[in-house]
Design a protein. Structure first.
Length: 152
């Protein structure tokens, strides 16, 4: 019995609540209309105004095109200055000097490695009847070549 009474109350509330809300809503509505009417909107621009706007837009476009062309010329000039072949920019000159120094260091390392190989071959080529002075000279040459190779 209690369940019927609770269900009946719930159904009555479910049916009457939307009707009550819909009838009360206009009282809370704003008196001003939300959207503008066509009378309040600005009239359409004239042909003369459109032509003036088009001329201004064309001028702005021409200025932008000139600025872009000038930017491209400046970019190309900068890239030419940065070229390692004939560049005059300080970074290009420094880069070329660093490349040359790296090449010289690689050549020095190769020469030092070849000197070590030759010194080892000379030490191995000594016969058993070689004097201590010859053997000491070959070992000294090998140690000097190895020291040069490690620092190169």
């Amino acid at each position: 019995m209690k369940i019927r009474r609770v269900l009946a109350t719930a159904v009555a509330l479910a049916v009457t609540t939307p009707a009550a809300l819909l009838s009360v809503s206009p009282a809370y509505a704003d008196a001003k209309p939300a959207a503008q009417t066509q009378d309040q909107q600005k009239s359409k621009p004239t042909i003369k105004e459109l032509e003036e706007a088009a001329a201004e837009a064309q001028e702005a476009y021409d200025k932008a095109a000139k600025a872009e062309a000038a930017g491209r010329v400046e970019r190309d000039k900068t890239l030419d200055d940065l070229s390692e072949v004939s560049g005059t920019h300080p970074l290009a000159v420094a880069s070329a000097a660093a490349d040359q120094a790296a090449k010289d260091a690689a050549d020095a390392k190769t020469a030092a490695d070849e000197a070590v190989t030759e010194a080892k071959a000379a030490l191995d080529a000594l016969t058993e009847d070689a004097t201590e002075e010859e053997r000491a000279a070959a070992e000294t040459a090998l140690s000097e070549a190895e020291a040069t190779a490690t620092t190169a």
